[in-house]
Write a protein that binds this ligand. Structure first.
Ligand SMILES: O=C[C@H](O)[C@H](O)[C@H](O)COP(=O)(O)O
Length: 237
């Protein structure tokens, strides 16, 4: 039997696809991670959604699109996306999110920003009052490799909110650091509860060597959460 978490991911993804993707759409963005797998599964169950072009946000989601037999497009080919559906690591009450647990935050942000509507899908563990409370692995910061030491130092010295610690994300089945789809490294910066994610995002983005930050502020229109009791709740602007 599937766990409550897996069931939650699936229910949220299915509901979001049912509500937000229609045959009238021309281009849809596909996020990354384990929850998005269920969104693609639901799309494939609905033949009327087969004529849409799907834009990926990572190597993983590109494979999901190709292996599902869907039409693959790129964001430079289709800079106007109807809706992008993506997972999240944590979502606060204002619909700000931490993303990048799978190191995909840069392409995810590009594809989310290109969309008229950005829809988050997640299980109940991701729902939070403030970012940094439920997700304790830190804010993912993608950095250009040769600048990673400098960014780590700047995080400690230049921010209004100092991180408690920052770590270079290491690979599991490879010696050395995680390398993103864009050839960069990821620093996970632990801030504890984040009162003002927008200001923090702006400050981190100004640091030389930072490529993108896994803080998605004021971007989502709605979040779907698959709850432990088998229901789906939503948080909307
Ligand atoms: O880099 C990865 C992405 O931001 C994912 O969307 C995020 O980590 C959530 O992934 P999952 O659905 O596996 O919890």
């Amino acid at each position: 039997m599937a766990s409550a978490v897996e069931t939650g991911k699936k229910l949220a993804a299915y509901q979001a696809v049912n509500d937000y993707i229609t045959p009238e759409h021309k281009v849809v963005g596909i996020g990354s991670g384990s929850t998005v797998v269920y969104a693609v599964e639901r799309i494939l169950q609905r033949p009327e959604l087969k004529n849409i072009v799907y834009v990926p946000t990572s190597f993983q989601s590109k494979l999901l699109i190709i292996e599902g037999g869907l039409t693959l497009g790129s964001v430079d080919q289709f800079p106007e996306i109807d809706v992008t559906i993506d997972g999240a690591d944590e979502v606060d009450e204002q619909l700000n999110a931490i993303k990048g647990g799978g190191a995909c935050q840069f392409q995810e942000k590009v594809v989310a920003e290109a969309a008229k509507k950005f829809v988050i899908i997640a299980d109940y563990r991701k729902k939070s009052t403030k970012l940094g409370i439920e997700w304790t692995k830190g804010v993912p910061i993608e950095v250009v490799p040769m600048a990673y030491k400098g960014v780590m130092k700047s995080l400690e010295t230049k921010l209004s909110l100092k991180p408690q610690k920052s770590t270079l994300r290491m690979a599991v089945n490879k010696a050395g650091p995680v390398v993103t789809d864009n050839g960069n490294f990821v620093i996970d910066a632990h801030f504890g509860a984040i009162e003002d994610p927008t200001s923090l995002l702006k400050e981190i983005k100004l640091l030389t060597g930072v490529y993108e930050v896994g803080l998605f502020c004021n971007m989502a229109e709605i979040a779907y959460f698959g709850e432990a009791d088998g229901t789906v709740s939503t948080l909307k602007k």
